[in-house]
Design a protein around this ligand. Structure first.
Ligand SMILES: N[C@@H](CCC(=O)N[C@@H](CS)C(=O)NCC(=O)O)C(=O)O
Length: 212
């Protein structure tokens, strides 16, 4: 397998964690987003969205981190990253989507660039925007996690899964933005529990071949 990745990309970070949890090896092909390599013709031909991650698995070329993770779950079911029951799977997917569909897209590099370059928003206002969507998303996520009997050591029970895979990179982004996670104690606790797992630790941006 080949994973087109950027060390700081949280969507690629999700797939790196998923591969590690399932014990799967993938060659990392770095795509430097700050140097605009996602827009290079060779890469754009692979992914017309000009985004990472992209996973090649034999003849299959897969994009969108959640779709990739579901593909890995279906093709390599053990260890599972989704619970066995439909209601549990719906809960885990919902938690994952709170992050991957409601926080992350608003804070993506191309959105931030558009705010500054096209809409002439100041850097201060751009940073305020960035933090705003994390605060709003984490406030909801904290309530969803803290108030639920299904929450265990991890987002759903005592085994890490899809929701944790999405949570950890988003917490990392928040910390990189100088945010304190303490106001969300359940999120903080779960992120700390994940950090102890080698599959999560090895996927961290600082451990990537293209890390700077
Ligand atoms: N929904 C997509 C999001 C992918 C995405 O936004 N990737 C970012 C890095 S985290 C990217 O490639 N950004 C390039 C850009 O904004 O120009 C997924 O989950 O894979």
């Amino acid at each position: 397998m080949k994973l087109y990745s950027y060390f700081r990309s949280s969507a690629a970070y999700r797939v790196r964690i998923g591969l590690n949890l399932k014990g799967l090896a993938a060659e990392i092909i770095p795509v430097h987003l700050r140097h605009n390599e996602q827009h290079a013709p060779d890469y754009a031909a692979l992914n017309p969205q000009h985004l990472v991650p992209l996973l090649e698995d034999g003849p299959h070329r897969l994009i969108q981190s959640l779709a990739i993770l579901e593909y890995l779950e279906e093709t390599r079911p053990e260890p599972a990253i989704l619970p066995p029951d439909p209601a549990g799977r719906a809960r885990v997917r919902a938690l994952a989507q709170v992050i991957a569909c409601e926080i992350h897209p608003l804070d993506n590099l191309r959105v931030l660039r558009y705010l500054v370059r096209d809409l002439k928003v100041t850097n201060e206002a751009k940073d305020q925007w960035y933090r705003h969507w994390i605060v709003e998303g984490f406030d909801a996520l904290e309530k969803l996690l803290a108030g639920a009997p299904e929450t265990g050591r991890f987002c759903h029970g005592d085994m890490p899964g899809l929701a944790d895979i999405c949570l950890v990179p988003q917490v990392n982004n928040a910390r990189l933005a100088g945010m304190d996670i303490a106001p969300w104690p359940t999120i903080q606790r779960i992120a700390a529990a994940c950090a102890e797992i080698p599959a999560f630790a090895a996927a961290h941006p600082s451990k990537q071949p293209d890390a700077e």
